[in-house]
Design a protein around this ligand. Sequence first.
Ligand code: FAD
Ligand code: EPU
Length: 335
Amino acid sequence: MIKENQDLQPFNTFGISVKADLFSSFDSVETLDRLIKNSNGLPLLILGGGSNVLFTRDYHGLVLKNEIKGFDIISENNDSVIVRAGAGEIWHEFVLKCIDKGFGGIENLSLIPGSVGASPMQNIGAYGVEIKDVFHSLSAYHLATGEIHTFDKSQCEFGYRESVFKRKLQGKYVIIDVSFELSKNPKINSSYGAIENELKAIGISSPSIKDISNAVTAIRSSKLPDPKKIGNAGSFFKNPVVEKEVADSILKDYPNAPVYPADNGKRKLAAGWLIEQAGWKGKTLENYGVHKLQALVLVNYGGATGQEVLDLSTSIIADIKSKFGVDLESEVNIL
Ligand code: FAD
Ligand code: EPU
C-alpha cells in the first residue's frame, strides 16, 4: 500500500523527521516491479534500515523500503558453503544465524546496523574484515528495464567503503539478494588490537566464531551510540587515505598518531583521531553534536534537522583541512 506524506523519522537511525511524498515497502520482486512500473518516472529512493543516510529535506518522490526476506544454502562442500540472503534481512540477524550454523567469515561484522541488501553498497567493514572478503555474488533489479542482473565480485568494484553501486551505477539498481561464501572450518581473525584485548580481558585464548562475535559486540557497545537511544549513522566520515608525505608530516608533530598502510604506498589516517585532536569530540550544539566517546560519529539527541547536522559536518571538514591539510569525505549518504 502506498502512503502519502509519510514521516521518515522511524525509518532512519539519525531520527531526522522529514516527509516523503510517497512511501511503500515491498517484500517481493513482483511487488517491486509493480511499484516501479506505476511510479510514472518519479524520483525513487530505496531504503533498507536507514542507518547510513542523513535526510536534509523532504523527499519529493517515492521511497521504497526493502523487506525481501530469505535464507538459502545454494551449494556446499566439506570446507565451504554459499549462503544467499534476501536484501531485506537484518544484517546482524543474518550474521547470528550463520554463526549458529557454524559458518564463519562475517563474525567480525557483528552488530553493524542495517540490511543485507545495503551491505555491498559501501562494502561494509569492521575489525579487520570487509564483505568483499566473503562476497560471492548478488542479484539486482535493473530499474530501467525491470530485468534481474547478477553481479560477481569483480563487477561490484569494491573498495574501502565503495562499490560500483555508489559510483557509476548509482541509482540504477535495487539489490534483491546477496550471496556469501562462508567457511565450515573458520579461520579466526582476531588481528584487530581491540579484539585481542577484549578476548584477553575475558580470559579466552582459543576463540570460536561466537566468541569473536561477542567480543566485537562488547567493543562496539562500549563506544558507539545505540541508535535506539541516540540518533546517529555510525562513522559520519571515511578515514582519509593520503599520500605518505602527508602522514609523515602529521607523525612529525604527533608521533603517536594512528596511521595505517593503504594501497599504492598511501596511508590511511584515523578521522576520529584528527577530529578529536581538533577539539570537536563531545562538542554539543543544542540538540546535536559530536559523540563524546567516538569523534567520528555525529549525533542527534532529538529534534535536530538534517541541515544542522550537515552544517556541523561542513565546519568539521573545514577545520580539519585548515589544521592538518587533510580532506575529510562523508561516509553517510546525504539526501
Ligand atoms: P540504508 O541507510 O537504508 O541505505 C544506504 C544506502 O544504500 C542508500 O543510498 C540507499 O538508497 C542504498 N540502498 C539500501 N538498500 C539498497 C538496496 N537493496 N538496493 C539498492 N540500494 C540500496 N558501516 C560499516 O561499514 N561498518 C561499521 O562498523 C558500521 N557501524 C555502524 C554503527 C552504527 C551505530 C550505525 C548507525 C551505522 C554503522 N554503519 C557501519 C553504517 C551502516 O550500518 C551500513 O552502511 C549499512 O550497510 C547500511 O544499511 P542500511 O540497510 O541501513 O542502508
Ligand atoms: N580515535 C581517536 N579518537 C576518537 C575515535 C578514534 O583517537 O574519538 C582513534 C582510536 O584510538 C584508534 C583509531 O582512531 O587509534 C581508530 O579508531 P577505531 O578503532 O574506533 O575505528 P575508526 O577508524 O574510528 C572504523 C570504521 C568503523 C568500524 C571501526 C572498527 C570507518 C569510517 N569507520 O572506525 O565503521 O566499526 O573502524 O573496524 O572506516 C562505520 O563505517 O559507520 C563504522 C562505524
